[in-house]
Design a protein around this ligand. Structure first.
Ligand SMILES: [Zn+2]
Length: 299
């Protein structure tokens, strides 16, 4: 009897320990693709959001409100960009908690949409999806206590006004990279993960060859470990995007992008880039992938 009782106590103890272990080991709320999708719906409802537009201003207000609700300090990095349409005031938003004294892992997306005159270009995928997921990642990581701080960069003016060139594109990232260089931030930013066009229902992430190889390899290895092989593309190509100015100043960067959107990329920069072309599941897969990369980057 005594043995049976002791055994019973032992079993009860083990069971209760088991029951508690999932809660004890996870200190982040679950990432939700549906919530990321809600954040995209809100952005799309503002309409086309090119730099300097009232719609982008509203979108920025929404991002600030959400991010401060998650407890972040938000730096509004406003600057005057010289564009083919003349000077336009742009705003990068940098949401953070720590000051990055031990180092920073930056997560980034552009939140502007391309100026498409005479077209109702709402950028559900291009601008919307990565911004929605970045906001969801900011929510999930809000109370995470890791050695390196997480900084969330909402970049303005990624898109070209007329034609993509060194001078007409990536206005926000070029500005912020220059600031970081001047401030001596470069050695502190250990990695920058850029998200762009990650909402496609038919998601296939490119092996983007401008990215820092070890980070792109980490994307590949991590996706495979998570059983997400289906989102990895055969395409290995360089893409011009917001990571380039940060790579240029010596920050390791990776661009997680699917630049094959619709048949023959026919939804890209067209009025077809609407909510029905993207999915919560795709965003959730990329979100899980990013979260699983972070412990490796913390080492
Ligand atoms: Zn674009």
């Amino acid at each position: 009897m005594r043995f049976a009782f002791a055994l019973g106590v032992l079993i009860a103890f083990i069971l209760s320990a088991c029951a508690q272990s999932p809660r004890a080991s996870s200190d982040t709320p679950a990432l939700s693709g549906e919530r990321a999708m809600d954040y995209v719906r809100t952005q799309v409802a503002f309409g086309p959001r090119p730099p300097g537009s009232p719609a982008l201003e509203k979108c920025r207000g929404f991002l600030k409100q959400q991010l401060s609700g998650f407890g972040y300090t938000i730096d509004d990095d406003a600057f005057l960009a010289q564009t083919p349409y003349g000077p336009i005031t742009m705003h990068n938003l940098i949401a953070h908690k720590g000051k990055g004294e031990q180092g920073v892992i930056a997560l980034a997306s552009h939140y502007d949409t391309k100026l498409m005159e005479g077209m109702n270009f709402v950028g559900a995928n291009d601008g919307g999806s990565s911004t929605g997921l970045l906001l969801e990642l900011a929510r999930v990581l809000a109370d995470k206590k890791d050695a390196l701080d997480y900084w969330f960069l909402f970049l303005d003016g990624e898109e070209a006004f007329v034609e993509w060139s060194t001078f007409d594109s990536t206005y926000g990232s070029r500005h912020l990279a220059q600031q970081w260089k001047n401030q001596g931030m470069v050695p502190r930013v250990r990695a920058l993960i850029l998200l762009d066009m990650i909402g496609d229902k038919d998601l296939d992430i490119w092996y983007e060859t401008n990215s820092t190889k070890r980070l792109m390899d980490l994307v590949w290895e991590t996706a495979k470990k998570l059983g997400l092989n289906s989102i990895l593309s055969q395409t290995r190509e360089p893409v011009g995007d917001d990571h380039i100015p940060f790579l240029d100043i010596g920050i390791p960067c990776v661009d997680i992008i699917d630049l094959n959107y619709g048949p023959q990329n026919s939804y890209h920069h067209t009025a077809a880039d609407t909510l029905d072309k993207i999915s919560a599941q795709s965003m959730e897969k990329v979100g899980r992938l990013v979260l699983a990369m972070l412990p490796v980057l913390q080492k």
